[in-house]
Design a protein around this ligand. Sequence first.
Ligand SMILES: NC(=O)c1ccc[n+]([C@@H]2O[C@H](COP(=O)([O-])OP(=O)(O)OC[C@H]3O[C@@H](n4cnc5c(N)ncnc54)[C@H](O)[C@@H]3O)[C@@H](O)[C@H]2O)c1
Length: 462
Amino acid sequence: MPVPGPGYSITVRVEAPPSASAAGDLTSAIGRVGGVITAFDVVESHADRVVVDITCNAVSENHARDITTALESLPGVHVRKISDRTFLIHLGGKIEVSAKVALKNRDDLSRAYTPGVARICQAIAENPDDARRLTIKRNTVAVVTDGSAVLGLGNLGPAAALPVMEGKAALFKKFAGVDAWPVCLDSQDTEEIIRAVELIAPVYGGINLEDIAAPRCFEIEARLRDKLDIPVFHDDQHGTAIVVVGALRNALRVVGKDIADCKIVVCGVGAAGSAIIRLLLNKGPGDILAVDVDGIVHPERGGLDPNLAWIAEHTNVERRSGSLHEALVGADVFVGVSAPNLFGADQVATMASDAVVFALANPDPEVDPLDAQKHAAVVATGRSDYPNQINNVLAFPGVFRGLLDAQARGITDAMLLAAANAIADVVDGDRLNASFIVPSVFDSAVAPAVADAVRRAAVDEA
Ligand SMILES: NC(=O)c1ccc[n+]([C@@H]2O[C@H](COP(=O)([O-])OP(=O)(O)OC[C@H]3O[C@@H](n4cnc5c(N)ncnc54)[C@H](O)[C@@H]3O)[C@@H](O)[C@H]2O)c1
């Protein structure tokens, strides 16, 4: 069940009578309709009235309206203004460019810009590799989208994708000191996207593809990796895969199972599921059953695209067919990156003992985590209001920090696995338990550990 959270946080400015019970009446009215108050500030006080700002979390926009209606219905109370705090932090965007050099006088200007800068241009023309030493390329990543798969909202287009890409850029800076910039392309044509990224690549030390729909995302990434001499990383695929593989390593430590003995069901064989399966195969699992909207993936199933055909060939040792519910029987691990509410506690009960369930569909998981907990030993979701949140923020900032520091020209599974192990290792043996298989996204040890592991893997490969 959704709970009130800061994603729907409002500040309501109300006028109320100056009675002794006014504060209690206001907070009780909000409590009765399920709002969660996080701040109560008196902004004006007069003989005949007080004006207060009440900040509270809601579940949805409709719930926020219910809260203000409940306040309005109190005798003598008047709602003056409602501010949606999420909209407020987006006013004018979330990131900016700032200069690293002082530009105080003519001397500064002559070195940072013309005429001095001309010698830097000539040096790079003579030795293009100097761009990594003498320009922003050294620390800059493009966050590229076509807006075709924005969060779980679908094809919203490039302009509507921008708030997500700005947020991503802010996270890159905050967690790893990486300068990332949104590039929202007004095209959903594979060839145009590839060409556009190729054309802008000279500026960047890496390309983070974001929210590009499957299966187009697979071809775009593969072809850009072939063409460019900088790493290309589709976060919806590999960021998820890294965190899942790291979290699964710790979950299996909790239940004392070896992955080589585990039957793993991966439900959802789109961007995230395909990358999870490909990375997991490096770990030698007992078997993987891939399941999508048409059931278990197997080679004889008709209409497989090249990605599904590859998955069919490399999973499902017994060449089984059937439904998700059939796949779950006897499975040690379920990883869901598919759709909400696909099964319940009864199906979890059919899994092997000490089952691990990662139900990651957002915002509503494949199985209610409380139902899953009735029979599974370890449960993880993509949500912040349950333990064990599988969140890509654990991976992508450190991954790019490491790649940039190594001046990597590409990215390999060895680097992704190094990142997964680094995330798992941040949770030391003393802290590891069924409710703590991944570190907090705010654990400041994570990004440096991931960066160091990726840098070392990149240097080893160079
Ligand atoms: N860290 C995280 O928590 C995290 C990371 C990535 C994706 N996700 C979530 O995973 C989901 C999938 O993301 P994606 O980018 O891979 O999407 P996608 O559209 O690329 O793939 C979706 C896949 O789910 C399958 N699917 C849809 N309905 C199904 C059903 N009823 N039964 C079985 N399979 C079904 C589709 O066939 C497809 O293979 C989303 O809800 C997304 O929010 C969570």
